[in-house]
Write a protein that binds this ligand. Structure first.
Ligand code: ATP
Ligand code: MG
Length: 611
């Protein structure tokens, strides 16, 4: 099972510093957020003082003198508060959306530069969660949460200053209550965040179980293990329930204790202030202001401790974003190559040399990055441009590995691969990709229509070119028969089509791309023999100006290749054309004759049954 790096539970400034880079472009907005939060806190902190003034100067002395000015002042304060509230919300929204968008952009762009190796070892869910969830949390933190925190801190400061001005004794009592609240809330929030982490990881298990169930639905039904899957799901689902109950219990006891403490605090303030009112050391207006401040400060203290703890727990998100950003591609262009040929976003086409298609493996050895076993050892092979090569061999012999090396999905562990006589690392990755047409062993279709899939590389290509490619790939006939023809929606990963149809569309897409190097890795494995033969005869026409590689288990379909290489455990054990290999009476001969024998047997039984 995939495990993320251990996440730090302590505040780690270095991790935060990296993320702060995303906030820097929004410096100006953050300053506005600061100012509007402070002004908002100030306006709200004025209300208890306004009430105090009204009580002392109008109600108690029973006069309305100056009430008009006073009301006008209140209206100004209310309007100012509303204005700062609007500015505050608008600024926070801009920061939230901006930081989130920039982070998603950078992560997506970075993910595109990562090598195949990264995607082989990292579950899709991990990458999606970083791009979606973590960036969202960061955007919210640097906007709404930061704004609220500033507002709360300044409210508490303004309120305390006013309290100290009005009555030092009562203000000290309030300060002690705040400190006790911070300690208790801090303790509870820490426990809650820990428990929440547990429920979140339990939730991931539920999502994973759902995912497996949906993706593997056919396999589950085919082996009839629904009960087993349901039992597992029930067990994680029940654990989720009990863990959430535990969180809820702590939450409720927390709410109870805080309410108790808050209530006791307010009672204490009233208890201490009433005698002062009797002794005329405190007026009614001031008492009312104190009570209002106490009611307003307590929830803000709770909120602030929550925010502090939440920020610490968000460090997990920060670390995960950094871990994705820090994963470096294993296959990449050196700086001098980027300077000359450009990168994937800004290619310098003017410096791209046209490709001829000569390919040479020079003493290439290769092992997959996480593995100790060599798949290819000291492999050398010279392929002149325009040659058609068939690669045959047993399952796991290294056929796909060989073509993956040509595509630079991986680079040789030692040795070099030359294209047109030059080490292919001396040209850019995009240059190579642009000259490739590759039909993968397990073809992938993008969501959308058949047309969009075939024209994927160049959506502006003409329909005529699309029809030609589809006809050559033997896809045109079946596409035409579909209700919506080329406009048919293929479904998630081509789920609405048969595997053979998906293969034919992938071949059409590769032919549309028209690369000088054509690779068909088991591209017709699910296609009927007659269609396969048609594709073979037609592709041999196209193959004339291309260097082509065909990997196939059905040897009948590789007979016409210029060179057939038989690979076994990463070594070429036989090489030559069909006739030469048969005359050797070696591995190829054995494979070919056993397949012929199977075909003959099939034919014999078919004829017998029809008699
Ligand atoms: N990503 C990978 N990481 C580690 N080992 C791998 C990886 N991909 C393939 N291998 C190993 O490399 C060897 C060659 O695999 P490869 O896919 O090239 O075989 P193949 O000849 O194409 O087989 P098939 O006919 O089944 O497609 C196998 O032993 C396989 O286990
Ligand atoms: Mg393969």
């Amino acid at each position: 099972m995939y495990e993320e790096n251990n996440l730090d539970s302590k505040f780690n400034y270095k991790e935060w510093k990296k993320i702060l880079g995303f906030v820097r472009p929004y410096r100006k907005l953050i300053i506005y957020l600061f100012i509007s939060s402070i002004m908002l806190a100030f306006a709200i902190a004025l209300y208890p003082m306004i009430a105090r003034y009204a009580l002392n100067n109008f109600i108690i002395v029973q006069t309305t003198d100056g009430l008009g000015y006073f009301i006008a002042f209140i209206i100004v304060v209310v309007l100012a508060q509303a204005l700062f509230d609007i500015i505050w919300g608008a600024v926070a929204m801009r920061i939230d959306l901006g930081v989130g968008k920039d982070m998603r952009h950078t992560l997506f762009k970075h993910t595109q530069t990562l090598s195949i190796e990264y995607f082989n070892k990292t579950p899709v869910g991990f990458i999606l969660a970083r791009i979606n969830h973590d960036t969202h949390s960061m955007g919210g933190m640097f906007s709404w949460m930061l704004g609220s925190a500033i507002d709360h801190v300044f409210y508490i400061v303004f309120a305390l200053v006013n309290m100290f001005i009005l009555s030092t004794t009562l203000a000290w009592i309030m300060l002690v209550i705040i400190i006790v609240l911070v300690i208790v809330t801090g303790y509870y929030q820490k426990r809650l965040i820990g428990l929440n982490r547990l429920t979140r990881s339990q939730n991931s298990l539920i999502t994973a179980a759902y995912n497996e169930n949906i993706n593997g639905v056919q396999t589950i039904k085919s082996i009839g293990c629904e009960k087993l899957i349901k039992d597992y799901f029930d067990s994680v689902n029940n654990t989720m329930r009990s863990k959430t109950m535990a969180v809820d219990k702590v939450k409720r006891s927390f709410i109870f204790i805080v309410a108790l403490l808050g209530g006791a605090g307010i009672a204490l303030i009233i208890y201490a202030s009433v005698p002062l009112v009797y002794q005329k050391l405190l007026d009614i207006g001031t008492l009312s202001a104190f009570i209002s401040y106490s009611f307003a400060i307590i929830p803000r203290v709770e909120d602030l401790t929550y925010m502090i703890n939440n920020t610490i727990s968000l460090q997990a998100n920060v670390e995960r974003i950094n871990s994705l950003m820090d994963s470096a591609p294993t296959v990449f262009d050196q700086q001098d190559i980027i300077d000359k040929y450009g990168d994937i976003y800004k290619p310098k086409y003017e410096n791209w040399e046209p490709i001829k298609g000569d390919i040479e493996f020079c003493d290439v050895s290769f092992k997959y990055p996480q593995s100790d076993t060599y798949v290819l050892k000291n492999f050398s092979l010279k392929i002149p441009a325009g040659t058609s090569i068939a690669i045959v061999g047993q399952t796991g012999a290294g056929k796909s590995t060989l073509v993956n090396l040509i595509c630079r999905f991986y680079e040789p562990t030692s040795g070099t691969i030359l294209i047109d006589g030059i080490d292919y690392k001396k040209r850019s990755l995009l240059w190579l990709e642009d000259n490739l047409s590759y039909v993968l062993q397990s073809p992938h279709l993008f969501s959308g229509t058949i047309k969009e899939n075939i024209k994927y590389k160049n959506p502006l290509a003409s329909d005529e070119d699309m029809y030609t490619a589809s006809k050559l790939a033997q896809a045109h006939n079946f596409i035409e028969k579909l209700d919506k023809g080329y406009e048919t929606d293929v479904g998630q990963d081509g789920g609405k089509l048969s595997t053979g149809q998906k293969q034919l569309i992938s071949i059409a897409r590769a032919l549309m791309a028209n690369g000088k190097i054509l690779i068909l890795d088991e591209a017709t494995s699910s296609v009927d023999t007659k269609t396969e033969q048609l594709i073979n005869s037609i592709t041999s026409e196209i193959k004339q100006d291309k260097t082509s590689f065909i990997i196939a288990h059905r040897l009948a379909s590789v007979k016409s290749a210029d060179i057939i290489i038989v690979v076994d455990s990463g070594n070429i054990v036989e090489m030559g054309n069909h006739k030469q290999l048969l005359s050797k009476h070696g591995l190829y001969y054995n494979m070919y004759t056993s397949q012929r024998f199977d075909d003959e047997q099939d034919k014999f039984f078919k004829e017998k049954n029809t008699l």
